[in-house]
Design a protein around this ligand. Structure first.
Ligand SMILES: *Cc1c(COP(=O)(O)O)cnc(C)c1O
Length: 396
């Protein structure tokens, strides 16, 4: 079709879906991209229409041509199990909205011990205050999770792999145990994105993206998405309405723009990330590299079975050195920036230590640990930068 639009009539590969989905050239008077609709009020033509809320759009918070384009594109990316996509102003808001959507006072929640720390704070803080009990479990528990279910267990929250420690949970085994106990599974799929991990196809009921990371891809938005299956979409959609969750149109537009190039960016993050991980694994200063795509990683078999790629985020455990020596590395780097978040075009590094907040498992990696995000710079420049860091370590 000459407009480049696609109406799900021919089967398409994912890269093509990312380019074509959610486009409506005719509605946009020929322009390739949707308009960025800044809007609250939607006008109705007649009193009858007003009373019946008749019209494609009713009110800015409930959706616009911009949000519709993004939701359609994400639904096509997630696949046929996806019944709806919710939009949130941050990844964390996507997670908290989802938990509020599916839980009520008196319920029990199971959470992976390697979960994103602010998710944990929400469970221990607000959810506890509202009468929801949380039990943390070893991310490597597999089907043994079955012993942790109680009659009131309603949901399991996982992250595969955890975005700090990179342990790889067995998603299909956890999903099958959860479903046999009448609980649903929520997956924070930010690390792999739906491109590299088909959460909903693997038994997950609700798949969440901190779209701040790879979907945005340029470190310039805060954004989150909630992809839900048919069983869970009605409660997610209700919670979004009850709570008034929405996002600004400029960020929605930048998320659409990011989606169009997600496949090429992630392919490069995968290649460069793996090359840097392999290079680091051979350095004398390094004890081990936490990257599930490395054959030596304990999570490799699961990664190979369930994932089609790896993103550019992984961990490095250094041989024991004083904290000041780790700071000497960090201060000598010129390309790796020190900062939170990841998923943009630029390389980043932060030290991390989960010892103080893990409860189901003991975090003892054997040395100081860094988390690296490998951006889109040339890998030779990145190796030279880290080599400079190791020189500073030896000098200190
Ligand atoms: C960053 C991140 C979030 C939160 O996303 P924000 O947009 O920063 O709120 C959630 N989960 C994971 C795994 C993340 O890395």
């Amino acid at each position: 079709m000459s407009t480049g639009d696609h109406e799900r009539t021919i089967p398409l590969k994912t890269e093509t879906t990312l380019v074509t989905a959610g486009r409506d050239t005719k509605a946009q008077k020929g322009f390739v991209n949707p308009p960025v609709v800044h809007g609250s009020t939607v006008l109705y033509a007649t009193a009858d229409d007003l009373h019946a809320h008749r019209g494609e759009y009713q009110y800015g918070r409930h959706g616009s041509p911009t949000t519709k384009a993004l939701q359609q594109a994400l639904m096509a990316l997630e696949g046929p199990q996806c019944a709806g996509v919710g939009i949130a102003p941050s990844g964390l808001a996507a997670i908290t909205t989802t938990l509020l959507a599916v839980l009520k006072a008196g319920d029990h929640l199971l959470v992976c011990d390697n979960v994103y720390r602010p998710s944990r704070n929400f469970c221990n803080g607000m959810l506890a205050r509202y009468g929801v009990e949380t039990t943390y479990f070893d991310p490597l528990i597999g089907s043994a999770i079955t012993s942790l279910f109680k009659p009131n267990t309603k949901a399991v929250l996982i992250e595969a792999p955890g975005s700090q420690s990179f342990e790889m949970p067995d998603v299909p085994a956890i999903a099958s145990a959860a479903h046999s106990h009448g609980a649903i599974v929520i997956d924070d799929n930010t690390w792999a994105t739906p491109l590299f991990h088909r959460s909903l196809e693997q038994g997950v009921d609700i798949s969440i993206q901190a779209a701040t990371k790879y979907i945005g891809g340029h470190s310039d938005i805060m954004f989150g998405t909630i992809s839900a299956n048919a069983a869970t979409w009605p409660s997610v959609s209700d919670a979004i309405r009850f709570l008034g969750v929405c996002a600004g149109p400029d960020d929605v537009f930048l998320a659409i723009r990011g989606l169009r190039t997600l496949a090429v960016r992630l392919a490069q993050h995968h290649r460069s990330g793996l090359e840097m991980a392999q290079w680091l694994a051979k350095r004398p200063e390094v004890l081990r590299v936490l990257h599930p795509a490395l054959e030596t990683d304990p999570g490799h078999a699961i990664w190979k079975r369930d994932f089609t790629g790896a993103s550019g985020l992984f961990g490095v455990v250094l041989k024991p050195v004083p904290e000041a020596s780790v700071d000497a590395i960090l201060n000598s780097l010129e390309l790796f920036g020190m900062g939170y978040s990841w998923g943009g075009f630029e390389s980043l590094v932060i030290p991390f230590d989960c010892t103080s907040y893990r409860t189901a498992t003991k975090w003892a990696p054997g040395g100081p640990t860094l988390r690296l995000h490998i951006g889109l710079e040339n890998v030779e420049d990145l190796k030279a930068d880290l080599a400079r860091g190791f020189d500073a370590l030896r000098a200190g």
